[in-house]
Design a protein around this ligand. Structure first.
Ligand SMILES: [Zn+2]
Length: 323
């Protein structure tokens, strides 16, 4: 099946408000204390993200950073649209970006394994050559009678550069540079790590929409993740339907999450936050929240995006499946 031709679909770009990093660090230092007992936010040189525990394909998150939102949940529910395959290497060429790095959360390329899957996207292009660090996670039957549900994480080969349906990525040159470092320990509020950051920024910046992307590590504790099973053959018409279709698992640190958040919609039907994670011990999926607030220990590295590229948005949209 052919991937979407980027010259044939709508692509819109809108700028974000981009305050100084030091100001954002100050805002988060104060605001995150409502959700975490210990908070430390600073502007730092990005650590080398090719090293453990991150093991990404590029060193940093800098160099003309933009957010990219591809497709959307309406291509997944109520029923899948199988023609919505996106080649990310082709996207970097279409956008004339090389070197380029895309990191974030999306649906994996279901044709690669024959079933729907989660994608923890990390793809880089340098002088036309692809480094593929993307992991995919699928639901697998486990147990003697194959009666219960487990999951399987695997890495895509560099020859497989597709994703499907929807995705939220940070696009940059993958260069070293200054980033926000956010450390938060012991959760005392209801929000998850990303919601706490997003709401703190929204409270401060109001209608000036800020977008950021990057990575965060859960150093200690466990999290609730979901993994999508294969496509539903019956229409999923409510959040309860979607919730009943998804498979939920508790997974354990250390886990590396990749994704994006925005504080407003910019009339582009943007998903406000979306992070997927994976681990060297075989875990992976869509991040919801930690399940161990007392021992939760987060360490994030984020860059502010200058703009968002909204690519192939669904014409008929809805609010399902956004959590
Ligand atoms: Zn997801």
């Amino acid at each position: 099946m052919a991937s979407v031709d980027y010259s044939q679909v709508p692509i819109k770009e809108k700028p974000f408000h981009k305050p100084p990093l030091t100001e954002v660090a100050d805002v988060l230092s104060r605001g995150l204390t409502a959700t975490f007992e210990a908070v430390s936010v600073a502007v730092v040189e990005c650590p080398d993200l090719t090293r453990p525990p991150f093991n990404l394909t590029t060193q940093g998150l800098c160099g003309d950073p933009k957010l990219v939102e591809l497709g959307g949940p309406p291509y997944l529910v109520p029923l899948v649209q199988r023609d919505k395959l996106y080649d990310l290497a082709a996207l970097t060429r279409h956008l004339h970006r090389d070197p380029a790095n895309l990191v974030g959360a999306g649906a994996g390329p279901w044709p690669h394994i024959g079933v729907n899957c989660e994608g923890i996207i990390d793809l880089s292009v340098r002088n036309g050559s692809v480094s593929q660090g993307t992991r995919i996670v699928s639901v697998e039957p486990v147990g003697a009678a194959k009666g219960s549900s487990g999951y399987l994480q695997r890495r895509l080969p560099p020859t497989e550069t597709r994703t499907a349906l929807l995705g939220n990525y940070l696009l940059s040159e993958g260069r070293p540079g200054k980033v926000l470092k956010v450390v938060a320990k012991k959760r005392i509020g209801e929000s998850n790590f990303i919601t706490a950051i997003r709401e703190t920024l929204k409270n401060h910046y109001g209608d000036k929409v800020v977008g950021l992307g990057g990575t965060f590590l859960l150093r200690e504790g466990r999290v609730k993740y979901h993994v999508m099973p294969d496509f539903s053959t019956t229409a999923l018409c409510s959040d309860a339907d979607v919730d009943g279709w998804l498979h939920y698992f508790e997974m354990k640190a250390p886990l590396v999450q990749l994704g994006t958040l925005v504080t407003g919609d910019l009339d582009l039907d943007l998903r406000v936050q979306h992070f997927h994670g994976w681990s060297e011990h075989g875990d992976g999926g869509h991040y919801h929240h930690d399940t161990t607030p007392a021992s939760a220990h987060y360490e994030g590295y984020f860059t502010l995006a200058g703009s968002v590229l909204r690519i192939d948005p669904p014409a008929d949209t809805h609010g399902l499946g956004r959590d």
